[in-house]
Design a protein around this ligand. Structure first.
Ligand code: ZN
Ligand code: ZN
Length: 199
């Protein structure tokens, strides 16, 4: 499990170019070793996959098309005190993170629309994570909430440490990582890649 890290503003690594990388194998089925033009690179497979998923989910959330309306709406029961905390303002906040909800009866929340990427994950976990943030925090900031939720989901959807990968899978992971806007760290700020020069 990942330690809780304060979410910091990301620094865009505009000058970072994709090095020529030849994957050699994995250490502990956790780090990918690559040979580059100048030395060796170690890639944290989980952090790399998390970065890829984070940017993918972030883009999907920006697009209104990537929303699904389940045939059977997802229902959650809440306590009366939790329902009281769900003000119009907070429901609107959920809406802006792709979750269209309405109160159904006095203690049930009906989820009518949700982001498409939830299909790849466990919808209950996503919805509960969001509700927890919105109900139990005194102050909720949309951008922080959005980042927290997407990072959490990216973490859950990613390959883990100790997952065995084929060379082909390593190549795909590396190529997709370097298509990202910010390939050098995961959304929690951990490095995805470390370079050791020949020297
Ligand atoms: Zn993670
Ligand atoms: Zn991370």
């Amino acid at each position: 499990e990942e330690p809780k890290v304060e979410i910091k503003e990301e620094i865009k690594n505009v000058s970072f170019k994709k090095p020529l990388l030849l994957p050699i194998g994995q250490i502990h089925n956790t780090y990918i070793i690559c040979q580059g033009e100048d030395g060796m690179y170690l890639i944290d497979q989980h952090a790399a996959n998390e970065r890829i998923n984070y940017e993918k989910f972030d883009k999907e959330l920006n697009s209104k098309i990537n929303v699904i309306e389940p045939l059977i709406p997802y229902m959650i029961n809440l306590s009366t005190s939790d329902v009281m905390k769900l003000t119009e303002e907070r429901l609107e906040l959920l809406n802006r993170i792709g979750l269209e909800v309405e109160l159904f009866g006095s203690n049930t929340l009906k989820v009518r629309k949700m982001p498409l990427f939830i299909k790849e994950l466990d919808e209950g976990t996503y919805i509960e994570e969001l509700l927890n943030q919105v109900i139990f925090k005194d102050k909720v900031d949309l951008s922080i909430l959005r980042k927290h939720v997407i990072s959490t989901m990216a973490c859950k959807a990613s390959i883990k440490a100790h997952d065995k990968l084929s060379i082909r899978e390593m190549e795909d992971l590396i190529n997709t990582l370097f298509e990202c806007d910010n390939p050098t760290c995961c959304p929690h700020g951990r490095p995805t890649i470390i370079h050791f020069s020949k020297y």
